[in-house]
Design a protein around this ligand. Structure first.
Ligand code: HPA
Ligand code: ZN
Length: 320
């Protein structure tokens, strides 16, 4: 029975709502880009790179992720990265994907923002012809100041028509959502949807802030909301989607095992849970791998999986 449920999940047309483009950088692409761009890296083989992919927390991961990010330098790199992810998405029967990009980080690695954004716009056009609908969500770095985030939002102005939402990512602890109230108010005025990582490592209070002070349309992760029954009831009542990422949570020690992952408890409480890959090249799998492993660990049945798939399509920022 479980095998049939996994097969159903694999074949279902689904939406992916939480995937960082730079987190789709495979070790192969890292090596290729670093070599092509004459970047000095302390690795000679894919195996050496993979050995670094053992994390104890989010900050630990972000440091390795930034090292990979710095191998990117050109529109061509971003084109190839975009295509690599989209090929996986299509093969996993994703019909709609909302891609996070490091819009604020790009100028910091010495790359021009248009070189990255043009590659994304080009990728959206090419893949839409192949039946994959793609939306873009630039993310802001929460460990930096709100002023810097606002400057970065201004720099994106020529690309506003290609952007659906803004997001908040990177190191969470010590950087509560309410640090970015003006940023989110401005983004709302501009007509963007709003999302924020919250409750991955941060306390339930951060999820409350994201909902009540930032007014987000979805919460990315949200695991620790489970600690507050009033918050769980609020998420269920208002049908605020959680974009959960089981393999990421396992790799970053947000949970000790997938058996104890919060997904099933949220589902049973009527919360709109979705399953996503987060940083697929770093966490051991794309969206269907996440489905397979969470189904096995939590013995999800067909109706759970149907709910997860429906949730993904209903939580998308455009009709899939
Ligand atoms: N969490 C927070 N920020 C991130 C992540 C993540 O998994 N990936 C890229 N930025
Ligand atoms: Zn994420």
């Amino acid at each position: 029975m479980i095998e049939e449920t996994i097969e159903f999940a694999r074949n279902a047309h689904k939406a992916e709502l939480h995937m960082h483009l730079e987190g789709a950088l495979t070790p192969e692409l890292f090596l290729k880009f670093a070599t092509r761009n004459n970047k000095d890296i302390p690795y000679k083989t894919v195996e050496e790179i993979r050995e670094k992919y053992l994390f104890t927390n989010l900050e630990d991961f972000i440091n390795v992720y930034i090292e990979g990010f710095q191998s990117l330098a050109t529109t061509q790199d971003y084109n190839e990265l975009f295509d690599d992810y989209c090929e996986h998405a299509v093969s996993d029967n994703v019909v709609h994907t909302e891609i996070f990009t490091e819009a604020q980080g790009v100028p910091m690695i010495g790359m021009e923002l248009p070189d990255m954004m043009d590659a994304c716009v080009d990728g959206i056009e090419r893949w839409s012809k192949k039946g994959l609908e793609i939306l873009l969500i630039p993310t802001f770095l929460r460990h930096l100041s709100e002023r810097e985030a606002l400057e970065s939002l201004d720099l994106l102005e020529p690309y506003y028509k290609h952007i659906s939402a803004i997001g908040l990512a990177a190191v969470e602890l010590g950087h509560p959502p309410n640090k970015f109230k003006a940023l989110f108010a401005k983004a709302r005025e501009l007509g963007f949807k709003l999302v924020a990582h919250a409750g991955e490592e941060g306390p339930p209070e951060y999820v409350w802030q994201a909902i009540d002070e930032l007014g987000v349309d979805r919460i990315d992760h949200g695991n620790r909301a489970i600690e507050d029954p009033v918050l769980v009831a609020r998420l269920a009542r208002d049908q605020i989607p959680l974009t959960m990422c089981p393999l990421s949570n396992l790799c970053l020690c947000v949970v000790d095992s997938l058996e104890e992952h919060q997904a099933k408890r949220f589902l049973d409480a009527g919360v709109k849970v979705t399953i996503n890959s987060d940083d697929p090249a770093y966490f051991g799998g794309y969206i269907n791998d996440n489905f397979e492993q969470i189904i096995r660990a939590q013995q999800l049945d067909l109706s759970d999986v149907e709910q997860l798939i429906t949730n993904s399509l209903e939580s998308a920022f455009s009709p899939a």
